[in-house]
Ligand binder design. Sequence first.
Ligand SMILES: Cc1ncc(COP(=O)(O)O)c(C=O)c1O
Length: 352
Amino acid sequence: MYPRLIISQDKYEHNVRYMQTLCQKNNLTMMAVSKVFCAEKPLIDVLTKVGVDYIADSRIENIQAIDSPIPKVLLRIPSVHEAEKVVKYADISLNSELETIEALDAAAGTVGKVHDVIIMIDIGDLREGLYYKERILDTLRSVKLLKNIKIKGIGTNLTCYGGIIPSVKTLQKLIDIIKMAEQMIGVRFDIVSGGNSSHIHLLLKNQKVDMVNNLRLGESLILGRETAYGDPIENMYQDVVTLEADLIEIKQKPSIPEGDIGMNAFGQRPTFEDVGLMKRGILAIGKQDVDYHEITPVDSRIRLVGSSSDHIIVDLTQTQNDYKIGDVIKFKLSYGSLLSTMTSKYVEKVYE
Ligand SMILES: Cc1ncc(COP(=O)(O)O)c(C=O)c1O
């Protein structure tokens, strides 16, 4: 059935192994991030087979469902309301709020466990983390006193909200904090988690960042690209996943609607360019599944015209293929479209 994602386990395995080797050469452990594929079993099995150091996901529901002996890391700062689940299902969680860590401590105490945390520092991207100018030492001191919590590491996240590119200079802020904490509080961080797939450009340029010994990698493994500049990584596959959607209507129609223009299905007033008659196709996939701006037809002569909840309209005028009803159009995916199509229950997932 269509729409569907064709997902190559072999290509994913190749990418994971390639990145694992690169990390190992740089003395880095790797947390393979599974959230973009909703921690689906066939790709988790690949991570288990390769033997990555950690599997990381942002959703506790996904972590709970992962069936693998590999240690699991909760990436999103936990909610105080999920503390019990976090200590039960995650081996490590990333944290920035003392109040939440105290809730984790209490929950861990109840089940007789010690829960490992990585303390997140915001060095400028302005998403999660203790802001590096804040009184970070006070928080570390308080966490150190908790009986059922172990400070396993320290980390930072870049290029997620503020688009800040990891550089040796920017990451020096993290290193300064580590040195200060080690000196003044006597904490030792087993894990120094330097970032996500945007860090890879530094590895490719042989720019080693002092002390960083771990990366959390998601997009690079599945889309084969680094995310500081969006460049493909040589020797990795960019087409682990392909989207297929089928044509349910093909008709010659004008390029601008006829009549008085009011609102579209989403309450917006649309505008159109008159390019004359078009061979217009409708695909059985829509906004509910994916933002059409985020997908790229493999047949580069197809133009994407617009979409509504359940339809994407394409312009087939320039293509040399004589598409018929039921024919399948293939698309390359961005991170956003991979995330939404993996999440949509209307998109079938086919593993090969
Ligand atoms: C805290 C954190 N670290 C790492 C990642 C992985 O990022 P990327 O997919 O760019 O490698 C994410 C997002 O999935 C994240 O939220």
